[in-house]
Design a protein around this ligand. Sequence first.
Ligand SMILES: Cc1cc2nc3c(=O)[nH]c(=O)nc-3n(C[C@H](O)[C@H](O)[C@H](O)COP(=O)(O)OP(=O)(O)OC[C@H]3O[C@@H](n4cnc5c(N)ncnc54)[C@H](O)[C@@H]3O)c2cc1C
Ligand code: FES
Ligand code: FES
Length: 435
Amino acid sequence: MTPPAPAPPSVAAGTSTEVEVRVVGGGVGLLSRAFEGDAARAGEPTLVAVDGDPRWTAISGRWIGAGVTLARLAADPRIAEGWPAIAVAAAATANPNLRRRITVGGVVAARLPTSDLAAPLCAHGAMVRLHRPFDDTPIDLPLGEYLADGPAGVVTGVVLAEPAPSAYRRVAVRQGPAPAIATVCAVQGPTGLRRWAGAVATVPIELTEHGEVPADVVLLSDHRASADYRRTVVRNLAATLLVPWATAPPLPDEVAAGAVPPDLTPPVLRVLPPVHHLEVDGRVLDLPEPVPAAQALSDVLRRFGVLSVKVGCEEGVCGACTVQLDGEPVPSCVLPVGTAAGRRIRTASTLVDTAEGRRLVEELDARCSLQCGFCAPGLVATATALLRSDRDALDLATCTDALAGQLCRCTGSWPLVEAVLAAASPDPDTKENRP
Ligand SMILES: Cc1cc2nc3c(=O)[nH]c(=O)nc-3n(C[C@H](O)[C@H](O)[C@H](O)COP(=O)(O)OP(=O)(O)OC[C@H]3O[C@@H](n4cnc5c(N)ncnc54)[C@H](O)[C@@H]3O)c2cc1C
Ligand code: FES
Ligand code: FES
């Protein structure tokens, strides 16, 4: 089958012509919502990727490219130093496997009320760089305006205000990765302390000088928290959120000067063609029929016989479907198969035969860590990547964080953490040696 012709940029980002065309960021939210409501009735969207554009994945000066993942944003020392609340909020989003996929552009363009990044970006004066359909000249819009009522288009990045000390806190109904019911960001800017709240209304809200949500703002009220409760949480967070009393380091002149790409050309978009084959566990998996790029990798793998990949929640939460993509663990239920084509996919089937996999299985066996075993393939995919990359630095905190996206309904996950920590031990206590 001939792949469809590349879509012109003018039909990108959710605008509809004859088919729905969607830009892929990480694909994480796209798939978990793609087949609901109107989107389901419209059928599978045509996915376009932004390729070969250096602005897309750059963090430079005050510019953050739309393709920057939240894992990178959280780990970038310049962001942590100059706009600390943004780094903290990025690190608080979802779980590590998802953070390696979720992009800044995807977060901004999804316009989710519960977004962790929205309030810190607004508080740091972020402008969204947008390429609109049928217009070659980009526009910069204040993020709050874009989120409230901004036009459709391709987000190519955000431009931050000057660095400033800041702090961020969130409250959710349970600990760990869960959607926030309120977030507050405080920034010590040149004109004094400014505080913004997120996850309490459809858009982030600038708080009054007393740290209150303005009285006329309609707050969200849902099964997780009432409007009154959210108002109180914001007041308390704002009162206790301390901004380190320090001056943020100014940007070096040469960086500041070249900080924001002029961005006069529209982004280059590439339609993700249907997938004919995948590389799975070192072999080529020929698909008997081409598969649309927007289908979930987990569905395609299982449909064509890779049954070691399990499917639980199908929303990116439980981790049962985790596989490695070029060595990085990723929940395959929220990975569009078009973004996995041409890359190395490894599943638990062969990962258990690696040195890390064998050690892990020994420790799981020795401790009877598993019961039904449904979570095991996903655990193996995440834990073997962890053991390979961070083995020496692995402590309880890093291990618990790394496994936050691997849920085990039988054991509560704690025995799995213990087994992974034991497998990281430099002095393997093998089954044969154990009393
Ligand atoms: C399990 C799970 C947990 C989550 N937890 C959190 C959390 O704790 N905190 C939080 O803030 N968020 C959370 N999210 C939400 C997540 O941040 C959003 O779904 C985000 O949109 C995902 O980013 P992405 O890059 O994968 O976007 P995609 O899924 O690729 O895209 C999302 C939407 O934005 C459009 N889009 C993407 N990039 C662009 C662009 N550059 N220009 C124009 N349109 C674009 C897509 O077409 C699509 O409509 C969670 C999501 C899931 C599935
Ligand atoms: S995370 Fe993919 S099935 Fe639950
Ligand atoms: S052992 Fe049953 S889900 Fe983990």
